[in-house]
Write a protein that binds this ligand. Structure first.
Ligand SMILES: Cc1cc2nc3c(=O)[nH]c(=O)nc-3n(C[C@H](O)[C@H](O)[C@H](O)COP(=O)(O)OP(=O)(O)OC[C@H]3O[C@@H](n4cnc5c(N)ncnc54)[C@H](O)[C@@H]3O)c2cc1C
Length: 378
């Protein structure tokens, strides 16, 4: 039997999901081009990210676990405090990635992105920054793509990994759009106070949640979650003042953190969104991964984990020797949707309880049930 010719894939978007699927497909000898809209590939932006075991499991599969472990800060429990900093209880985190990986690891976002960029570069994928797809035209055999620089390409498959406001999703006629959940988050990176060795969350006080996560030996990221406000009503020059005003309502290590909330350019303000494409995540030979198909507020810190798992499952199916047909792409959706739905619904529910002022909500119970389910392989 003649060898199958090398198959080709275009990945649109170089975030966690696009980078991950690129590395895994290249490892199987598939020709991959990756285009990324931002000329800097998002290598310098963002404060921190909380990665749970099931995200770390995919990072290990990508071959970058040692770099991640060496750069991040691993821990295994979560503290819940009163707004004054009094620790109310400490819960052991569930090891969703298996017993040989930490339950949780905090990282600086730019560091994680740089590790993934290096892995994509080393994989031999063709990378074009500052580039988008202007049009996707498909027939039974492939997809013809016209790029923003006027060039053209032809691929067996296109993977839309272009995030929450995915142009690929719209281009293939999936009309779902992200919806605000009613909450927003203020985030900043700061030096690590010596006593911060895990995430602590204070529910209530001047905001709904105030929390922090160590991201390396020397750094943390800290955040305050409140009801979302009209973005146009907040002057970006006042971002530090706004975050500091809320942070000042918290005790414990917060006074130490608050001293570093001074530069408005280093404070990030983001609304929480919810999106779940319930129907198929593909049309013909164009398929979505990550936030392009689903996103949730980070109340259980699982968005990037779900995106990485999408990449892993899709790559497993595409490299398993089967035809790249409708049935295979439907199998990808069928395998992902129950797990992703559970995470999206739990994440939204936790925020809803807070917005509605439900005092006896069983947040710990819901998080525990969700994490236990994620111990299963995706
Ligand atoms: C406030 C906040 C906190 C969060 N905290 C956590 C957390 O602690 N833990 C966790 O697991 N998850 C967290 N998440 C979720 C996580 O950030 C996302 O789920 C994850 O980044 C999704 O990865 P992605 O690759 O699918 O999309 P993205 O990371 O959004 O990447 C999409 C990429 O596509 C590029 N792009 C966009 N449009 C185009 C285009 N037309 N053409 C080419 N390129 C394009 C973008 O520049 C970007 O590089 C958080 C999310 C938010 C909003």
């Amino acid at each position: 039997m003649a060898d199958r010719p090398t198959r080709s894939v275009l990945v649109i978007g170089g975030g966690a999901s696009g980078n991950a699927v690129t590395v895994l497909l290249r490892r199987a000898g598939i020709a991959v081009d990756l285009i990324e809209a931002r000329p800097d590939w998002n290598a310098t932006t963002g404060s921190g990210i909380t990665l749970q075991g099931n995200a770390l499991r995919v990072l290990r599969e990508l071959g970058v676990w040692e770099q991640v472990e060496g750069s991040g800060y691993a821990f295994g429990s979560l503290g819940v405090t009163a707004p004054d900093g009094t620790v109310l209880f400490v819960a052991e985190d569930i090891q969703t990635g298996g017993e040989d990986l930490p339950a949780t690891l905090g990282m600086q976002r730019p560091r994680l992105q740089q590790i993934l960029i290096d892995a994509v570069r080393a994989s031999g994928a063709g990378v074009r920054l500052g580039t988008t797809a202007e049009s996707l035209e498909q027939d039974a055999d492939g997809v013809s793509v016209r790029f923003s620089d006027g060039s053209e390409g032809r691929y067996d498959l296109v993977i839309g990994a272009d995030g929450l406001n995915s142009a690929t999703r719209a281009a293939i006629g999936i009309t779902n759009k992200p919806e605000p959940t009613g909450m927003a988050i203020w985030r900043i990176a700061a030096p690590r106070p010596a006593s911060v060795t895990r995430t602590d969350l204070a529910y209530g006080g001047t905001a709904y949640i105030a929390g922090y996560c160590p991201t390396s030996e020397n750094t943390i990221y800290a955040y305050v979650v409140e009801a979302c406000r009209d973005r146009a009503s907040i002057d970006p020059a006042a971002y530090a003042d706004e975050m500091r005003r809320m942070a000042q309502g918290y005790g414990g290590v917060w006074p130490e953190i608050t001293e570093h909330i001074t530069d408005p350019k280093k404070v990030n303000y983001t609304w929480f969104d919810r999106l779940l494409v319930e129907g198929s995540w593909h049309r013909g030979r164009v398929v979505l991964v990550g936030d392009a198909a689903h996103c949730c507020p980070p109340t259980v810190a699982q968005g990037a984990a779900m995106s990485l798992e999408d990449a892993s499952v899709l790559a497993e199916l595409l490299t398993g020797g089967r035809d790249w047909d409708d049935e295979l792409l439907q199998a990808y959706h069928d395998r992902r949707i129950p797990r992703v739905r559970t995470v999206v619904e739990a994440s939204v529910q936790i925020g809803r309880w807070q917005l509605d002022g439900v005092r006896d909500a069983d947040i710990a119970g819901l998080v525990g049930r969700t994490m236990n389910l994620l111990k299963e392989r995706p």
